[in-house]
Design a protein around this ligand. Structure first.
Ligand code: TPP
Length: 275
């Protein structure tokens, strides 16, 4: 059953709080990028992807690759909420013997299609998956979520060329363009601009949206399916805010990784609808 836009917004708020709580319990985590990408991951898992959490390995499922694997603190609560495993497991995040480390492990997390964490590998892997699915006769889509800082890795651009060459129209890249990397604002580290034109020049269909506006996120993911019909891979450049939903962290690259204080946790609970 599909959720409405306002139900998805509500779900994303709950999941942001789950993520912040989980990070606090773990003593730290990649809060900023997990929160900026939350609307995208919520829309994908609750409304867009063809998946069946009761049969996570179904051959014809759509695939999702969290290429910016450090956003696992956002991804794990989404998978729990979608029913791949119990939400009760979230407090084990990054503890010894947990299924959930700081980066996702496909051999330990039900529903996880690729182990990631070393940046720059999700798009090449996604390209391989899209080609293999096509060879096997499946019409499954492959969604790859990239960080903007991650685009500094050259492997992304090698895969971008390959995808255009092979017309992998089932491949959808989504850039979480929160304008911040680990060490500072992207423009001060290495600017990506003109980012949309770069993808165009690599032969991709491009869509640009506000990635924290659920209606736009949903619209873009649907449009990506239509644009793919032209035969080209599609990229959604999603303008987002690092730390979105946690007022103490919003737009601040220093919240790439951190642990909220008791006061910050209380503030987030109030803002996001917890106790
Ligand atoms: C190959 C590789 N180099 C360095 C790192 C360390 N690292 C982790 S996150 C990060 C910055 C990523 O920035 P961005 O993609 O913008 O992430 P976001 O702001 O969305 O969290 C870096 C350099 C890594 N994980 N992999």
């Amino acid at each position: 059953m599909k959720l409405t836009v306002s139900e998805l917004e509500c779900k994303a708020r709950e999941l942001r709080l789950d993520s912040i709580e989980m990070i606090a319990q773990a003593g730290g985590g990649h809060l900023g990028g997990s929160l900026s990408a939350m609307d995208i991951m919520t829309a994908l898992y609750f409304n867009v992807m063809r998946i069946d959490p009761e049969h996570p390995m179904k051959a014809d499922r759509d695939r999702f690759i969290l290429s910016a694997g450090h956003k696992a603190a956002g991804y794990v609560p989404v998978l729990a909420a979608r029913g791949y495993f119990s939400r009760d497991l979230l407090p084990t995040f990054n503890k010894l013997d947990s299924r959930f480390g700081m980066h996702p492990d496909m051999h330990k997390i039900p529903g996880c299609d690729a182990s990631t964490g070393s940046l720059g590998h999700g798009l090449p892997v996604g390209l391989g998956m899209a080609l293999a699915l096509r060879l096997d006769g499946f019409d499954s889509k492959v969604f790859v979520l990239l960080g903007d800082g991650e685009l500094h890795e050259g492997t992304n651009w090698e895969a971008a060329m390959g995808a255009a060459q092979h017309k992998t129209s089932s491949l959808v890249a989504i850039v979480d363009y929160n304008k911040c990397s680990m060490d500072g604002p992207i423009d001060q580290v290495v600017s990506l601009e003109p980012l949309v034109d770069k993808w165009k020049s690599f032969g991709w269909e491009t869509i640009r949206i506000d990635g924290n506006d659920m209606a736009q996120v949903l619209g873009a993911l649907k449009e990506a399916a239509d644009r793919g019909n032209r035969g080209n891979p599609v990229v959604i450049v999603a303008d987002t805010v690092k730390g979105k939903g946690a007022a103490f962290a919003e737009g601040d690259y220093r919240w790439h990784y951190g642990c909220p204080s008791e006061d910050q946790l209380a503030e987030a609970r109030t803002a996001l609808g917890g106790e």
